[in-house]
Design a binder for this molecule. Structure first.
Ligand SMILES: C[S@@+](CC[C@H](N)C(=O)[O-])C[C@H]1O[C@@H](n2cnc3c(N)ncnc32)[C@H](O)[C@@H]1O
Length: 249
């Protein structure tokens, strides 16, 4: 299946970079604090950051004591920014999609991935290759767009009244797993919907045991900084799964 590399699209990239440069965003206020909380102790760990983007999380891992971080991403624009902002002797940036990554078996203590898994078409295949790359007892921790957000194929997700007030959120097509397309800065951004059961079972059936699942809730401080993030209390945008490699397949 053809993989999309939308982060190398000029318009998409510039908009995404501007979004992330404003510290008042969903990543910094909601998703990153939770994924950092869920990370195990990083001291002396060998880490792979899958879809590292501009490298902030890879750098954080090193600052927290990780021995080495392999940070992979298919986007040359994202990696260029990563190397500019977050170069470090213990971080190796590699340009590759997860599906094409050549990973040495039994070599990482931790695989972390922030908001990337919804871009992957074949979830089972990548979970299997991450499983092989992790050492025994290794941790896979990833966030992804919440299935109730990715489910609906067409139409507005928030249903509003005539004044634009959000009445409720529309979930539809939930059990229809697979490809979706939407406009986010540019038309035709491809992502993949998977139900909560599919996300969990993909791990369980491929040699992982689930350790924690969270749906990040904004703090009062975050709501004060970005009032519309309060809608996260009505429906979560993200889900984060933490699993341990328990079985040798
Ligand atoms: C929402 S950004 C998140 C970046 C970074 N993890 C962060 O949290 O700042 C998604 C990233 O996933 C990368 N990506 C998209 N498809 C991918 C794939 N198949 N394998 C690995 N990374 C991918 C994109 O290039 C982009 O850098």
């Amino acid at each position: 299946m053809m993989k999309q590399n939308i982060y190398d699209n000029e318009v998409f990239f510039e908009n995404y970079k501007a979004l992330r440069e404003d510290p008042v965003n969903y990543n910094e206020l909601l998703e990153q604090p939770e994924i950092k909380r869920m990370l195990p102790d990083l001291k002396g760990m060998r880490v792979i950051d899958i879809g590292c983007g501009m490298g902030d999380l890879a750098k954080y891992c090193v600052e927290q004591g990780a021995e080495h971080v392999t940070a992979i991403d298919p986007s040359s624009k994202m990696l260029q920014e990563a190397r500019r902002r977050n170069s470090h002797p213990s971080i190796e940036y590699v340009q590759t999609a997860l599906e094409d990554a050549v990973m040495t078996i039994d070599s990482y203590d931790i695989a972390v991935s922030s908001l990337v898994m919804h871009y992957v078409a074949d979830y089972d295949a990548v979970i299997q290759s991450i499983h092989a790359a992790l050492k025994e007892d290794g941790i896979l921790l990833f966030s992804t767009e919440h299935p109730i957000v990715t489910a609906r194929k067409e139409g507005d997700k928030w249903i509003t009244d005539a004044d634009g007030n959000r009445i409720h959120f529309a979930v539809d097509n939930y059990q229809e797993q697979g490809r979706r397309e939407s406009k986010w800065y540019v038309d035709g951004v491809v992502y993949y919907h998977r139900s909560i059961a599919a996300l969990c079972n993909g791990l369980i059936q491929n040699g992982f045991s689930l350790e924690e699942v969270t749906e990040p809730i904004p703090s009062e401080k975050a709501i004060a900084q970005l009032p519309r993030i309060e809608h996260e209390l009505r429906r979560p945008s993200f889900i984060i799964l933490k699993a341990r490699k328990t079985a040798r397949l």
